[in-house]
Every structure is written in C-alpha cells, then in structure tokens.
Design a protein around this ligand. Sequence first.
Ligand code: 5GP
Length: 204
Amino acid sequence: MSKGTLFIVSAPSGAGKTSLLKRLREEMDRLVISVSHTTRPIRPGEVDGRDYHFVSRQVFERMIAEGAFLEYARVFDHYYGTARQPVLDELERGYDVILEIDWQGARQIREKLPECRSIFILPPSREVLEQRLRRRGQDSEETIARRMRDAKAEIAHYDEYDFLVVNDDFDQALSALKSIIVADRLRLSRQREALADLLRQLLA
Ligand code: 5GP
C-alpha cells in the first residue's frame, strides 16, 4: 500500500473548487495537486504545466494507447486525464495527492485504487451557483443555461462520494477540507509507522 492518500475532489463548475484547492495547498504541507493533461484550448491567465499540461489530441491519444493515464474522460468535448506515474511517485514518498477530476474519472480511480477518499463540493444554492456562473463574463443566456445543466449533471453523482462539503463560506469550506485530510493522516494505518519510536518507548 502507498504511504500517502489519494483524494479525489469533484464539483460542478461554479462551486469554487479551484480556489479552495489552491488555498488548501498553500496552507498544508505534504500535499500536492495533480496537474492533468487536457486537449482543451488554454484560457487567458492559464499557464501550461501549472494549470494543465495542454496537449494535442494526437499526443493525448498516444498516451491513452501507452496506458499512461490513471484515468481519463471526455468532458465538454475535450479529453482530460491524470498521468499515472507522477501521482504514484508522490504517494510513494508519503505525500497526499489531490485529483481535481469529474465523476467519470472518480469512478475509474475508485476501481483502481479503492483506498482513495473522494470529496464532492456543492454550491450553497441554485441561485448562488447561477450567480457564480454569470460572474464569469458576458455570456449569453443560452450559455448560462447550458452551464446550469452541466452543473446539475455533475451534482447528480454526489452520492458516489465519501464526503460532501458545501462552499457557502470560503473559510468554513477550507477548514472542512483540511479536517478531512488531517483525520485521514491520523488513521492507525498511517500513524503506526510514523509513531513507531514513540509506541516502542511507551510500551517498553
Ligand atoms: P475546466 O476545463 O473548466 O478546467 O474543467 C472542466 C472539467 O474537467 C471539471 O469538471 C474538471 O473537474 C474536469 N477535469 C479536469 N481535469 C480532469 C482529469 O484529469 N480527469 C477528469 N476525468 N476530469 C478532469
């Protein structure tokens, strides 16, 4: 069994997942957020290698054929996937790894690594979700309606997850995410090795 824990975090677009995870990584040690590969075009402000590894469809399909992905899925007309080796390497050196992936990827990971933990982030209401999807720019009503439908389709899978976190107040949601990770780190199976010297001394 690997030393770190693999966490899956899914959410509909507009739930605030990316900002929460960015802060979580800044505030916790021994935690990495996996950088996915995608064939979708890079957006303004995104950095290749930091937000995603932006690759062509040909490269992505070659990686599929080589078995390089731990999971991959088509989401909104583009491929998204998690490269296997970097994740396994981080887990092996005792780091916890977060995969920011959709429900389809989550299912594949649970099949392959059943010891993973999965977290679903919910917006506090339909109204707030819609406001957050609108705030992203000058989108048409049709675009907003499509995003709401996509969000609902993702939320429909909430009951496949171990934990549900509502992102109403940012700091409370952040603290809930931290609690999940801290509790996992305190499990007997992880502590037994970390506290081996202490336990030996106490039981001498
Ligand atoms: P966006 O294009 O807005 O960055 O992400 C769109 C969706 O793709 C989000 O729901 C996100 O969770 C999902 N996604 C991002 N990376 C991966 C990945 O590596 N695998 C899977 N299955 N989904 C991903």
